[in-house]
Design a protein around this ligand. Structure first.
Ligand code: AMP
Length: 297
């Protein structure tokens, strides 16, 4: 099958204790597409400015990403600047320049409207909703967001969350969104809004899934060398959703396996800046790390 994704396509300027990168390729939908294309076909919706390299769009196409839904508009591409300290779990945002996303009006190409699996990657919840409204009969809809939208578009975000099946969210942002300190209570509050599954990302402390049939935990894969956690959350979601699409399953056991695949893929993302590690990733490396992960747990 395939996955329809909407979200930021960006330039990221990132500083971590292990190095810096200036205007590297990034953005939530870009990270997601790069990784999920290892599992399935992707239909990408987003906007780039005149400064965005055409080569990268061509490269995405070569990985099986349909870019008919990517518009190029006059102006600059979305730019995010962030810093990480030695605690790589939380980014400090220095700049969010929406640029062409500020006036983006997503219009889905006709084939995209038949999508069965939709990932509403991090972007303005108004855009997430506009995309969802154009999809005729989605069977599984997941969403990711962040503090920027929780603070600036809270009501719109809750509206779109009420229409989804799976919410991916960082632990601190879950607490902020639910206005509840306790993670279990916060997850229950979100389930009451609509999504039956809440996946709480806890950085180096792994990920927790709250599902109607129970709770499941995966640790983060222990790594010796890690450089940049940017995009780890989108890569996690890509491994999770890509695995489900590839297997065609959506029961609790498959969600647990998808959590392992999400954790495995996220572990690769942080081994280099931007999605450089994902670019050179080979199938046998994924299989080997899945095996190691199962040994570990
Ligand atoms: P994460 O997987 O959570 O580390 O997501 C990192 C990506 O989110 C970066 O590539 C940024 O370009 C993107 N990003 C940062 N802020 C925003 C925002 N407000 N809306 C959409 N995407 C963002």
């Amino acid at each position: 099958m395939s996955i329809l994704v909407v979200g930021s396509i960006a330039f990221d300027s990132v500083k971590t204790p292990f190095g810096t990168c200036d205007r590297a390729l990034g953005g939530a939908a870009n990270f997601f597409s790069m990784t999920a294309s290892l599992f399935t076909k992707i239909q990408l919706v987003g906007v780039v400015g005149e400064d965005f390299p055409a080569d990268h769009l061509k490269y995405l196409e070569s990985r099986g990403v349909d870019i008919a839904g990517v518009q190029q508009s006059p102006g600059k591409t979305f730019h995010w600047q962030g810093n990480y300290g030695y605690d790589l779990n939380e980014a400090q945002t220095l700049k969010t320049e929406l640029n062409v996303f500020g006036s983006f009006n997503p219009i889905l190409p006709e084939p995209y409207k038949q999508a069965e699996i939709v990932f509403l990657a991090n972007i303005d919840p108004v855009l997430q909703l506009q995309v969802l409204e154009q999809v005729k009969n989605p069977k599984l809809v997941a969403l990711d967001t962040m503090n920027f939208w929780i603070e600036s578009k809270n009501a719109e975000l809750k509206k779109v969350i009420s229409q989804i099946d799976i919410l991916f969210i960082n632990e601190s942002e879950l607490r902020q969104l639910a206005a509840e300190r306790n993670t279990v209570k916060a997850a229950k509050k979100m389930q009451a809004l609509g999504p039956k599954t809440i996946i709480v990302k806890r950085g180096e402390y792994g990920a927790l899934m709250f599902h109607e049939q129970g709770c499941f935990f995966t640790p983060a894969f222990p790594l010796e060398d890690l450089y940049d956690p940017t995009g780890a959350g989108d890569t996690f979601a890509a491994g999770f959703m890509g695995y489900l699409d590839q297997t065609g399953k959506s029961d609790f056991e498959s969600f647990k396996e998808a959590m392992v695949m999400g954790s495995v893929m996220a572990s690769f993302a942080i081994e280099d800046f931007s999605f450089d590690r994902i670019k050179r990733l080979e199938k046998h490396e994924i299989e080997a790390r899945c095996f190691e992960f199962k040994q570990l747990t």
